[in-house]
Write a protein that binds this ligand. Structure first.
Ligand SMILES: [Fe+2]
Length: 276
């Protein structure tokens, strides 16, 4: 697939574009699969039910990596089936637990698209693959950096948000900071040259983060399953509820974002586990 081919979404004129981000669902091939004692399909279902019941339906769903725990075809088929049932135009990118080739095979039908360049009104969404095969940390390849540079250079008049899996900033959580995006400076250099970039957003850290730096908002969204404890030196599960995030993209180039967490799930997280 040519990454530069644009997936065009036609919003109503003057309308706000509603985008929902879900991330780090860690779905297993088996329906009974658990991460730290939490059934990841159950927590995903609880999140996704909320999204589907929303009166103000999302126009676009972005799933930002670690969608599967085991990169199995079954896990991706399960997610594709859910996204198709929802009818929301859905896109995805890969995380460290994912296999981009298996995703491409099983997450490419009906309203589920592997496109990485999305236009909606005067907004552009760029989805980057920061996954590195057989490694937990992230890195943007030369191809990915070139894709980003080209998309920003070709469409200077489009307000842009950029999604990826790994965090390009330090989040004051020692163990996670070691497995973030290795070449974050290269991403930041490109972003700083293109003033139409409004936000960069990601998953991976299983906790919220939101900072505005020199006009760009840097945003992380919690996992749909287990949370990680903020400001923790060592691996530690967090006690907050699974979450997801809305972005509201306005025609005048402003955007707003709101983090939601579910409150209905019974927790069975095993806090004694020392890694994930
Ligand atoms: Fe991850």
């Amino acid at each position: 697939m040519d990454k530069m081919s644009v997936f065009e979404i036609l919003p109503n004129q003057n309308d706000v574009i509603r985008l929902v981000q879900i991330t780090d669902s860690h779905i297993f091939s088996e329906a009974s699969g658990k991460l730290l004692g939490l059934n990841t399909r159950e927590s995903f279902e609880a999140v996704f039910e909320r999204i589907n019941k929303e009166e103000w339906r999302a126009d676009i769903l972005l799933a930002t990596g670690d969608l599967s725990q085991d990169a199995s075809p079954e896990s991706y088929q399960y997610l594709t089936q859910r996204f198709v049932q929802s009818g929301i135009q859905s896109f995805w990118l890969s995380g460290n637990h994912d296999d981009p080739d298996v995703m491409m095979e099983h997450m490419n039908e009906k309203n589920v698209s592997p496109a990485k360049l999305i236009h909606a009104g005067n907004w552009q969404i760029i989805l980057l693959d920061s996954s590195v095969r057989d490694h937990v940390h992230g890195e943007l390849s030369v191809d990915e950096l070139n894709f980003l540079e080209q998309a920003l250079s070709n469409y200077k008049d489009k307000n842009t948000i950029i999604g990826l899996h790994h965090q390009p900033v330090s989040v004051d959580c020692d163990w996670i900071d070691k497995i973030g995006l290795k070449n974050a400076n290269e991403l930041k250099a490109i972003v700083s040259r293109h003033k139409q970039v409004k936000a960069v957003f990601w998953g991976h850290i299983h906790q919220r983060y939101h900072q505005k730096i020199e006009g760009v908002e840097w945003i992380a969204t919690p996992s749909t399953c287990v949370q990680f404890r903020p400001k923790s030196k060592e691996f530690s599960a967090g006690e907050e509820a699974p979450g997801y995030r809305y972005f509201y993209l306005y025609p005048d180039g402003r955007f707003e974002t709101v983090l939601h967490r579910i409150d209905t799930l019974e927790y069975t997280v095993d806090y004694t586990v020392k890694g994930y």
